[in-house]
Design a protein around this ligand. Structure first.
Ligand SMILES: *[C@@H]1O[C@H](CO)[C@@H](O)[C@H](O)[C@H]1NC(C)=O
Ligand SMILES: *[C@@H]1O[C@H](CO)[C@@H](O)[C@H](O)[C@H]1NC(C)=O
Length: 394
């Protein structure tokens, strides 16, 4: 075959694969990929209320409440580029449904910028750059306190128990350090895949940091303010590809390269549901702040550059968050095969926590970063630990 015929042949094949992937979607995609948090809760047997919570700086965040015993509220906090959905997309074997079955009053919050939190009293996320001018700092200082106060008000309690995953743990440490009065409102904070120090990440998680530090300035100079916008041609294509059986090897390898390999816990039937909910939108500044913490090897505030720092902090370098002020009871649950939250970094954190009540490394050597929320058998290896902790410190 001549080169030309060859190219046409390849292109034809590509077109066939692409049309197939588009045509197949209706029967291929499971219902759960498209249901929102409330719909999933109802489908799996529980009533769910949606609450709007307004932060001190005007963001309007959706908080979901799967009703239970009001004297036992448990608040769940998702991580980077994620949403409350993360805790329920496993359906009957998800954390939300498991806690609800145990009678807990389950609350799942959303950080500014994701699909459940793209409203503001005065700013429009489509036209106002200022809407996207936040990092995990504002999540810890504004979003979490607002959502926690809301839960306490609605349940009539003085304290709640909380569970965070990944960046959802970092923001709790930021809150407790910056607004120490909130320590008293937390009866127990369970950190799944704790993230605080992040300079011992493993490849490709660490590679992502290196690539970001190269591309970050470019991204910013292009005026890009947020990541993973939904419903773009690219995101729809990736979703379609990962929803097909043929896309599984590629998509799962991509995910495992960042989170740690654990093939048995992310089966191909689950992938279409996962990509229906993840990733979600986050600000570029959030990514930048994470990279800064990794590069500076310290748990520090956002680096605005010399003059910005002098103006905001009065010092040339951004100060550290004061972990000495984190006095709420903390339980850390980590794992060896987690590429983001490495045991070395978790050790650094645990040494600085004055009220560490529990530190556990998952027995399964292959347990990775995402098994804490999406693992197929979490009811077996994770939830008994979580339920025991909640019970003991309830
Ligand atoms: C979830 O879906 C239901 C049914 O379509 C809708 O009424 C509700 O507003 C949705 N919730 C959110 C937060 O999007
Ligand atoms: C994990 O879950 C699947 C599906 O429910 C089940 O078939 C399998 O036996 C479980 N594996 C373990 C080790 O429990």
């Amino acid at each position: 075959m001549s080169n030309r015929v060859h190219s046409i042949w390849i292109i034809l094949n590509l077109i066939i694969i692409l049309t197939q992937s588009v045509v197949c979607i209706p029967e291929e995609i499971p219902e759960d990929a498209k249901l929102n948090f409330t719909q999933l809760a109802i489908k799996y047997g529980h009533k769910c209320d949606e609450h709007d919570v307004v932060t001190e700086d005007g963001y309007i965040l959706k908080v979901f409440n799967v009703r239970g015993d009001k004297t036992r509220p448990v608040y769940l906090q998702h991580g980077f580029t994620d949403s409350a959905d993360t805790f329920i997309i496993r359906g009957l074997t998800s954390l939300v449904i498991t806690l609800a079955e145990e009678g807990y009053d389950v609350w799942a919050g959303n950080y500014r910028g994701n699909k459940y939190a793209q409203c503001h009293q005065t700013l429009d996320p489509k036209t106002d750059k200022l809407f996207w001018d936040y990092s995990q700092h504002e999540m810890g200082v504004f979003d979490l306190p607002a959502m926690i106060d809301h839960v306490l008000k609605k349940t009539g309690q003085k304290q709640l128990q909380a569970i965070g995953h990944s960046q959802g743990t970092m923001t709790f440490y930021i809150m407790a350090a910056e607004k120490p009065e909130y320590n008293d409102k937390i009866k127990l904070f369970i950190s799944l895949a704790p993230i605080c120090y992040i300079h011992h990440m493993k490849p490709l998680a660490s590679t992502a940091v290196e690539i970001w530090s190269l591309l970050g300035p470019l991204v910013e100079s292009e005026g890009i303010l947020h990541l993973f916008s939904r419903h773009t041609l690219f995101s729809e294509f990736i979703k379609a590809l990962c929803s097909l059986r043929i896309g599984y090897p590629l998509c799962s390898t991509a995910i495992f390269s960042f989170a740690g390999f654990d093939i048995t816990e992310l089966e191909h039937e689950f992938l279409p549901i996962l990509v229906g909910h993840y990733p979600d939108t986050a600000s570029v500044k959030n990514g930048n702040h994470l990279i800064q913490i990794a590069e500076k090897k310290r748990f520090c505030k956002y680096d605005y550059g010399l003059w910005g720092n002098l103006e905001i902090y009065g010092t040339p370098e951004p100060p550290n968050y004061d972990l000495g002020k984190v006095v709420m009871p903390v339980a850390l649950i980590a794992s060896e095969n987690d590429y983001f939250s490495s045991l070395k970094d978790v050790d650094l954190l645990q040494n600085q926590l004055s009220n560490l009540v529990y530190y556990h490394v998952m027995e399964r050597k292959v347990h990775n970063h995402i098994d804490f929320v999406w693992g197929r058998n979490m009811t077996g290896y994770l939830f008994p630990i979580v339920l025991r902790l909640l019970e003991k410190h309830g």
